[in-house]
Design a binder for this molecule. Structure first.
Ligand code: PLP
Length: 351
């Protein structure tokens, strides 16, 4: 508990006696049971895995801690990544913790304000580029080939290793894998990692069953669903605004081996699920994170039954990352009242 990913999951990670062990408190995130939306789904249970509770506010910390540990083990003092935001925030935090130089290549105009604020606070060196994420990644890869800098994007296999630990945690709480896992898909590293985790846990005898994997892309950024690269991906959900996923093949493998689906939800469906999670469950996530629940609700609305099923939706990041989206939907405009009980009482319909 609270010991972090490296210490807790040593046995399942590529860790040697030379690997430094440290933590910012990543992992061990809550699995919260739905009290309201579950009724409409009609399932046995519905849980939300709150990955926004990680130290920098997204699941990226699980993989970053492993990637950074392995880089430090090799004697590397400089890391870099391309990012639409959360990978940047996470790399910058662990970079700061280990005293590394962190370089971030960030697509201009595409990054939520909270995420950039984090990266700046952690002291990262940031280059905004006039191009999308896919271009930013190409540039970063080239830079890492030219310089002694470790690439910590999800192409780095240690990221996937760290991220798979979320599956172990879910099994630890439920006593087995859920029947269905719903998860947002962008670069497709996370769906790859969860499937790897479930398969390994199954092989270790920690769960008798494997889940059906249900991945959801945004409809303006759905290369895997459509079967071709999307040159100009568009969606309100910036964390999954990706046109050429790095882990495309392994995402399809997760889908096929689990008899699952990778499908898409549009921005209206994403924002509806985003609002409902906050207003009906008390879970404030970023828009991309709501793609998991949006996918589940789409299937329920199409008439699919989840009767007797245990369902987990992965809620990948914290809502405070992207305040401009929330504010754009429901602008915060508050009326002001005279500072006395009577005037405030008149304004509010208290029970
Ligand atoms: C990175 C990220 C995703 C997408 O995960 P992939 O591994 O790229 O598929 C979804 N939601 C949030 C909040 C993220 O940070």
């Amino acid at each position: 508990m609270g010991k972090g990913i490296l210490e807790t999951y040593k046995k399942f990670l590529p860790i040697t006696s030379e690997t430094p062990i440290f933590t910012l408190g990543e992992g061990n995130t809550p699995l919260v049971e739905s009290r309201n939306i579950a009724k409409e789904v009609g399932c046995k249970s519905l849980f939300f895995k709150l990955e926004g509770c990680n130290p920098t506010g997204s699941f990226k910390d699980r993989g970053m801690v492993v990637a950074v540990a392995k880089a430090v083990e090799k004697g590397i003092t400089s890391i870099a990544c391309a990012s639409t935001g959360n990978t940047s925030a996470s790399a910058a935090a662990y970079g700061a913790h280990l005293g590394l130089r962190t370089t971030l290549i960030v697509p201009k105009g595409n990054v939520a304000r909270g995420k950039l604020t984090q990266a700046v606070a952690y002291g990262a060196h940031i280059a905004l580029i006039d191009g999308n994420f896919d271009r930013a990644l190409e540039i970063t890869r080239e830079l890492c080939e030219r310089h002694p800098v470790e690439l910590v994007n999800s192409l780095n296999p240690n990221r996937i290793e760290g991220q798979k630990t979320a599956s172990f945690e879910i099994i630890g709480e439920l006593g087995k894998a859920p029947d269905h896992l719903f998860i947002p898909v962008g670069n497709a590293g996370n769906i790859t990692a969860y499937w790897k985790g479930f398969v390994e846990a199954h092989q270790e005898g920690l769960s008798d069953t494997l889940p059906v994997m249900n991945g959801y892309q945004a409809s303006g950024a759905s290369p895997i669903v459509d079967g071709h690269v999307v040159e100009e991906p568009r969606t309100v959900a910036s964390a999954i605004r990706i046109g050429n996923p790095a882990s495309w093949e392994s995402a399809l493998k997760a889908q096929n081996e689990s008899n699952g689906v990778i499908d898409k939800v549009d921005d209206d469906e994403i924002l509806m699920a985003y609002r409902r999670l906050a207003a009906e469950e008390g879970v404030f996530c970023e828009p991309a994170s709501a793609a998991s629940l949006a996918g589940l609700l789409k299937r329920v609305n199409a008439g699919e039954s989840f009767k007797n099923k245990d369902v987990v939706c992965v809620i990948t990041g914290n809502g405070l990352k992207d305040p401009d989206i929330a504010n754009g939907i429901e602008p915060v405009s508050l009326d002001e009242y005279e500072a006395n009980v009577d005037s405030v009482e008149d304004a509010l319909s208290l029970p």
